[in-house]
Unconditional design. Structure first.
Length: 439
């Protein structure tokens, strides 16, 4: 959540560097004000999306390859720790964001996003093993509880940042607020990442043995690339009832979910008219909404199955996003967006645990890290490429100019059975087992 505050400050600094009005000056200029200035050859509004594009491309190219290496070695935990350390160092450096450093900070934001993707990929590789150990029903409850606690802590963090910014009188200064948020974030994650990787993420043996004769670093890298190609083919030919459709759905689902958590800053600032403090409050409302959504997820899953529960959550999220896109720009009060934010959060709280449960059950044995790399690479790239393409295409001119140059006036499913998905992934719908407490 610190990155939400950071992105808002980054956007405002880029607009100021381009000579555009920001904050209260922009509000005083009225709704008709539009800045067409560019900085470093790009629209300032495209900065956040371009950061995401770089992150997505790095993830798409490297995550599947890193994943297959993790499957053939016992370095899953070590690689996750390396990504966490680099990510934490970047967060510490970004405390120095300001008018003279914002562009290097934007570059670091892309690298930090890649490291964050690496942490998520290594963490996702543990999920199928947990699901196989405790059973589908219990795993569903675990994921829902984890999601609820995750979003609750994020909400508390935003409340802390907001409260301190008001207490120190810097709430209207996005740069100072971002510095404070990154400082607090660096302190907390340095402790929590250390505890998490040391205590809760154990080392795991290789999921698959390397073929005989492959021991040198070069031979392992070449074999990893070949394995990626073979996996890409097998996803369609061997797992087309479950995993193939899951990854395809991820491309479209994450293009909206990813935009909500990162690129929504641009929409809320430029179209809705929220300032930096308002954006922080908006995401606080979103996080509050995720808590009841996460509670609903295991209930729907138990009454149906992970496939149906995830489908319903996506349809509900789609309807919510469409309603907001067509109504918020013309709302009589910009704070109506907070009501929309609550329902967005509700659907996100429902979406994430059912998504991860489906992934845990449909993943083939022995390819946990590699497929997690495919999943994260595809969804990270798609989420931002789609948004950036539209932003660059329609954000370069006014609507009146577009109509003028065109010579026109303004007057003018595949049925998927869960049993088949589990069968093709090599996993059975295991019975729930009791896990004894270890003192």
């Amino acid at each position: 959540m610190a990155n939400v505050v950071f992105n808002a400050a980054l956007l405002e600094l880029a607009q100021t560097a381009a000579g555009c009005l920001t904050g209260e000056e922009k509000e005083a200029a009225g709704e008709d004000y539009e800045c067409t200035n560019k900085i470093y050859g790009q629209n300032p509004l495209a900065l956040i999306s371009n950061i995401g594009v770089v992150t997505g491309l790095l993830s798409a190219f490297f995550m599947p390859f890193i994943g297959v290496i993790l499957d053939f070695t016992s370095y899953r935990r070590f690689i996750g720790m390396v990504f966490s350390i680099v990510f934490t160092l970047i967060q510490i450096i970004q405390i120095s964001i300001g008018p003279k450093t914002w562009f290097p900070m934007a570059i670091l934001q892309s690298i930090g996003g890649f490291c964050f993707a690496g942490m998520i990929m290594t963490s996702l590789a543990y999920l199928p093993e947990i699901c196989e150990l405790v059973g589908q029903t219990k795993h569903s409850k675990y994921l829902a509880r984890f999601t609820a606690k995750q979003f609750t802590i994020q909400a508390l963090f935003l409340m802390l940042v907001g409260g301190l910014s008001f207490a120190f009188g810097i709430a209207k200064n996005s740069t100072y607020t971002a510095r404070m948020a990154m400082g607090l974030n660096s302190f907390f994650i340095a402790i929590l990442f250390g505890v998490g990787w040391h205590k809760y993420m154990p080392s795991r043996p290789a999921s698959r043995p390397l073929p005989e004769g492959l021991r040198s670093c070069t031979s392992v890298i070449v074999y990893g690339l070949k394995q990626n190609i073979a996996t890409t083919k097998s996803i369609y030919h061997q797992y087309k009832k479950g995993l193939f459709w899951f990854l395809l759905a991820e491309v479209f689902a994450q293009s909206s979910v990813g935009a909500l958590t990162t690129l929504a800053v641009v929409y809320l600032n430029d179209v809705v008219g929220l300032n930096t403090a308002d954006v922080s409050l908006f995401f606080l409302v979103v996080l509050i909404g995720t808590i009841p959504g996460a509670r609903l997820a295991p209930i729907v899953t138990k009454r149906s199955n992970p496939n149906v529960a995830w489908q319903i959550s996506m349809v509900s999220l789609f309807i919510t996003i469409v309603v907001g896109a067509f109504t918020l720009g013309n709302a009589p009060n910009k704070y109506f967006s907070f009501v929309w934010g609550f329902f967005v959060g509700f659907n996100l709280g429902w979406f994430y645990p059912t998504e991860n449960l489906f992934f845990s059950c449909a993943l083939p044995k022995g390819s946990e890290a590699e497929i997690a790399g495919f999943r994260w690479g595809m969804m990270a790239m798609a989420a931002f490429l789609i948004f950036a393409a539209f932003l660059l295409a329609v954000g370069t001119g006014k609507w009146e100019d577009i109509l003028l140059e065109s010579g026109r006036s303004e007057a003018q499913d595949v049925e998927i059975d869960d049993a088949e998905i589990l069968l093709e992934s090599g996993r059975s719908e295991t019975q729930d087992v009791e896990i004894p407490n270890v003192q």
